[in-house]
Design a protein around this ligand. Structure first.
Ligand code: PMP
Length: 354
């Protein structure tokens, strides 16, 4: 099968194999039954932290955490931990996930300013050249919009502390972590199986919140002090994430992943642009290499196209239920051969129906 699903999604076959082995035998027990306080698992957690630091070149002065709750809890955790005297924050709205982050931040008392939005054109582009007020506690954005298929190309300048939801493009390319006060990401794209959520937080941020509401689990300071072991962590997800990070680093790290992801993106976007039956709704300069969205021209027989890609063993190509069309998610573990299978199906479809 060629899995173009948006997440949970494809991981390297070797990682599936090693994770399956550990379900049967992890130093004599199953990874599913091992105590998170055992020396063997403490070593796994430590290695997972270290590999994140190595893969992303995380500078000294940052903590890496594996928590639960998904990026959805990250919306709340980021707002609570970044809240300072002003209780003011700027958010960039590039679609569904940013909108949810905005809703959650407001609900915990952030005086929220949407400093830029691409809603006017159905979230098909990344806003640029916007002004950032000077009195913000922080600025929040979503680096890759999983549903609409837009992606920030670089980091914009701001003097305010920067917070980013990197759920759907972390580990796909290099990123200058020193520009951020807080990064969070659900594991289930380029990191590992669903269940863990990654936080990379500048240590200066910890313990500075002015929020009167701060349940222990939502306070990153407590988690950092306990090395992600304040309570039972998502043991299996952390273990498989560690395996996947080992695999990423052994295969050239994020720099090599970026080259592979760019080649995959170029291959599919070129077909979308040159094939008369398809078009891509996203502004070219803002196209995502992780989630490629495309549509069939009016009148082109979608049932025939759907039958053809299903018969080619492609899965997960339908667009998000809120936008329709097609979405090819091409995370790190998807090979260019799988992208070529999709491109061949598109060409064949147009040859027969164009
Ligand atoms: N942010 C982004 C960019 C996402 O793609 C997703 C999930 N696809 C989420 C947040 C929500 O993540 P979770 O399901 O882990 O809460």
């Amino acid at each position: 099968k060629h899995n173009f699903g948006a997440g949970p999604c494809i991981l390297p076959q070797e990682v599936f194999g090693q994770a399956a082995d550990a379900v049967k035998d992890f130093n004599g027990l199953s990874i599913l039954e091992v105590s998170h306080r055992s020396a063997d698992f403490v070593k796994v957690m430590e290695e997972a932290h270290e590999l994140v630091k190595k893969a992303l070149n995380v500078p000294v002065g940052y903590s890496v955490l594996f928590l639960q709750g998904g990026a959805s809890l990250g919306f709340t955790i980021s707002a609570l931990n970044m809240m300072r005297e002003n209780k003011k924050a700027g958010y960039i709205n590039t679609g569904t996930w940013s909108s949810k982050a905005i809703k959650e931040a407001k609900s915990v008392g952030i005086d929220l300013n949407v400093i830029a939005s691409s809603e006017d054109k159905g979230f098909t582009y990344i806003p640029k050249g916007f002004d950032i007020p000077s009195d913000l506690d922080y600025v929040h954005y979503t680096s890759n919009n999983t549903i609409y298929g837009t992606q920030f190309n670089g980091i914009f300048e701001t003097s305010a502390p920067l917070v980013c939801d990197m759920s759907s493009d972390i580990f796909s390319k290099s990123v200058d972590v020193s520009k951020f006060d807080l990064i969070y990401a659900g594991a289930q794209k380029n990191l590992g199986p669903a269940g863990a959520t990654l936080y990379i937080v500048k240590d200066d941020v910890l313990g500075k919140s002015t929020s009167p509401f701060m349940p222990s689990y939502l306070n990153l300071k407590g988690h950092a002090e306990k090395d992600s072991m304040m309570n039972t962590p998502p043991v299996f997800s952390v273990y498989a994430s560690m395996l996947n990070l080992r695999h990423l680093i052994a295969n050239g790290g994020v720099e090599a992943a970026d080259i592979r992801n760019t080649a995959k993106g170029d291959l599919l976007y070129s077909e979308i642009d040159n094939n008369p039956l398809f078009f891509g709704p996203v502004a070219k300069e803002d196209r995502s290499n992780m989630n490629v969205t495309f549509l069939l021209n009016d009148g082109a027989p979608s049932q025939i196209f759907d039958k053809m890609w299903n018969e080619a063993n492609i899965v997960g190509l339908k667009g998000h239920r809120s936008v329709g069309g097609y979405r090819a998610s091409m995370y790190n573990a998807l090979t260019i051969d799988s992208v070529q299978v999709l491109v061949d199906v598109m060409k064949e479809f147009t040859r027969k129906n164009g």
